[in-house]
Design a protein around this ligand. Structure first.
Ligand code: ADP
Ligand code: ADP
Ligand code: ZN
Length: 216
């Protein structure tokens, strides 16, 4: 099964993809995580992407398209994948359609997490994750069960993203509205779009997404 999760920064794409990869045996492909790994390694792509990401703007389509074209041919993608953060422009969506159809494949579902954009600044300002295993948390909405101990791996070290600052979040939300929201009519026209209320509590969102995947 090949699924895209769509929604603005903070909608819950990463949180839900981490859970669904466990329950549904899908590989979580996050282009944000891939780009942060490139930045951390100091690669050519990382050097190009760093300042763009810090400003909250989109990295050029060509970079993302070749990154995903390579990634979906890796063995772990064969069991199916959940795309989180890609596509983000119509050009990326068209490229994805082309790369899948070349392999006689297609997207099974595109799921929009419908949220109130104004609430996303609080979501992102409170976001942090485990430095060791990447499990996601929130200062108010998703605390670890034991304070300062990761539920998943027991680590005491947590990290916050450099671009999760209120000023940058505004730019990222604008980029979503201008460049990514046009994907909604694009996928609706192809009959693959489902909507889920992303303002519901995390567990409820997971249940609803699970039902859509089970029916796909
Ligand atoms: P969030 O989940 O908060 O929306 P991501 O981790 O998906 O953020 O992305 C972080 C940053 O990486 C984006 O603001 C953008 O600069 C870059 N990025 C990630 N995916 C893409 C993409 N498909 N196209 C262009 N830029 C991207
Ligand atoms: P995205 O990947 O779409 O940018 P995340 O999954 O990283 O978003 O979620 C952003 C922040 O909001 C995280 O700190 C996460 O714990 C929290 N969060 C995610 N989903 C919900 C929800 N349904 N209700 C409240 N907080 C949530
Ligand atoms: Zn952990």
């Amino acid at each position: 099964m090949k699924v895209v999760l769509l929604g603005p920064p903070g909608a819950g794409k990463g949180t839900q993809a981490q859970r669904l990869q466990e329950t549904h045996g899908l590989t979580h492909l996050s282009t944000g995580d891939m780009l942060r790994a490139e930045v951390a390694s100091g690669s050519k792509i990382g050097k190009e992407a760093k300042s763009i990401m810090e400003r909250g703007e989109l990295v050029p389509d060509a970079v993302l398209i070749s990154m995903i074209a390579h990634r979906i041919t890796q063995p772990d993608a064969a069991k199916g994948f959940l795309l989180d953060g890609f596509p983000r422009t119509v050009a990326q969506a068209e490229a994805l359609d082309r790369m899948l159809s070349e392999r006689t494949q297609k997207l099974d579902r595109v799921i929009q997490l419908v949220v109130d954009n104004d609430a996303m600044v609080d979501r992102i300002s409170g976001r942090y994750s485990c430095a060791k295993c990447g499990a996601g948390y929130h200062d108010t909405f998703r605390k670890p069960k034991k304070p300062d101990v990761c539920d998943a791996c027991g680590s005491h070290e947590f990290v916050r993203r450099a671009d999760d600052k209120p000023e940058t979040v505004r730019t990222r939300l604008e980029a979503y509205d201008r460049q990514t929201a046009p994907l909604l009519p694009y996928y609706k026209g192809r009959g693959v779009l489902s909507e889920v209320d992303g303002m519901a509590p995390i567990d409820q969102v997971t249940t609803r997404l699970g039902k859509i995947l089970d029916a796909a």
